[in-house]
Design a protein around this ligand. Structure first.
Ligand code: EPU
Length: 336
């Protein structure tokens, strides 16, 4: 039976550490728990909020909702021709999974080390870092389809992954509750060292294995991203904006140090951190909320503040960037 609470404090369930409450919250440790919670008469008619690690949400106030705290465990390895299939429960810690696979001799997730949050949340924004996106290691996932109340398996194509995007942020928003994810890790593992900073971190190691790459990623992330256990944050707060080659070239002419990355379709991704940094926001504090001093893309909460204050700061940043560069930057986390 799902373990149900009324007026449940969510401060420890969102990495910004905003102090809000849920009208009801249920710990979901199995698919049976999930069905039981959804059928519980106490929460009938209330909106539903699904929380994994709470590392990609901004909670702006108490939630008059049923909050599902996804804690389904599980780890299973199967083999197929040329690859291992690793299935993990939605509630498993993502970084824990990365480390466990590497320790068990199943490389492939090392570039995605230390990303906060759970396995079940990883496909929602198609987590990506240091040259690898989840979709490149994704096989399928299992989810409850709330329209039919049946469990379904969704494959790579059905999940509609894009940069920090998927079916679950678009047409499938509020429709699916992910309970397990299966990753495909090819046996002929190849290191991905395309990201300049990662390659530099590994200089001197001619043939780094997965554990060495994981450790390098951990070192880089620890240097520039705040640990949510110490400073409230949700990683990158803005997505890197995509612009046309024309717009990028015009900006480059007036800002020769502009940081941009060519995309396969000819467009360019701009480093939002660079844009925000150039507007002078890096390290700025506005009472309890602010911009991290080592990476302008990360907004922080020092305690005692609200999601609303954080969003006001984010709006000011986006407006300033737009006025100065003519580019609109969009928030990454889900606002509730
Ligand atoms: N930059 C600045 N000032 C800053 C921050 C960045 O000038 O304050 C410049 C840097 O000099 C660098 C460039 O911007 O040349 C890119 O910075 P970085 O390598 O830190 O990567 P990012 O584009 O800011 C993205 C992801 C991160 C991911 C890293 C590494 C997004 C929104 N963010 O950040 O993801 O870890 O690349 O792959 O795509 C996250 O999503 O929460 C996240 C941390």
């Amino acid at each position: 039976m799902a373990d149900f609470h009324e007026f449940y404090p969510l401060r420890r369930h969102n990495t910004f550490g905003f102090d809000v409450r849920a009208r009801y919250a249920a710990h979901i440790r199995s698919e049976a728990d999930l069905l039981a919670a959804l059928n519980d008469p106490r929460a009938a008619g209330l909106p539903l909020v699904v929380l994994g690690g709470g590392s990609n949400v901004v909670l702006t106030g108490d939630l008059d909702a049923l909050v599902l705290l996804m804690e389904i465990p599980g780890f299973r390895v199967e083999t197929e021709a040329g690859a291992w299939l690793v299935t993990a429960g939605a509630g498993e810690n993502w970084h824990g999974l990365v480390c466990r696979t590497i320790e068990e001799g199943l490389p492939g997730l090392e570039n995605l080390a230390l990303i906060p949050g759970t396995v079940g949340a990883a496909p929602i924004q198609n987590i990506g870092a240091y040259g690898v996106e989840l979709r490149e290691r994704f096989a399928s996932l299992r989810a409850l389809d709330r329209q039919t109340m049946r469990f379904v398996d969704l494959d790579l194509e059905q999940c509609g992954f894009g940069y920090r995007d998927s079916l679950f942020k678009q047409a499938g928003r509020d429709r699916y509750i992910i309970t397990a994810v299966t990753l495909r890790l090819p046996r002929d593992w190849q290191p991905v060292l395309a990201y300049g900073e990662l390659a530099r971190e590994l200089e001197g190691n001619a043939a780094p294995d997965a554990a060495a790459i994981r450790d390098a990623v951990i070192a880089i992330r620890s240097r520039k991203l705040p640990d949510p256990a110490q400073i409230g944050n949700a990683g990158s707060f803005f997505k890197n904006p995509l612009v046309s080659a024309e717009q990028r070239n015009a900006l480059l002419a007036s800002h020769p140090d502009l940081v941009s990355y060519a995309q396969p379709d000819g467009s360019f991704k701009l480093a939002a951190g660079w844009l925000i940094d150039r507007c002078g926001f890096k390290g700025l504090n506005d009472g309890p909320v602010g911009v991290y001093g080592k990476q302008a893309l990360v907004l922080v909460h020092h305690g005692g503040g609200t999601g609303t204050a954080l969003l006001a700061l984010a709006g000011r940043i986006a407006d300033t960037v737009q006025a100065r560069f003519g580019v609109r930057i969009e928030p990454e986390p889900v606002v509730l």
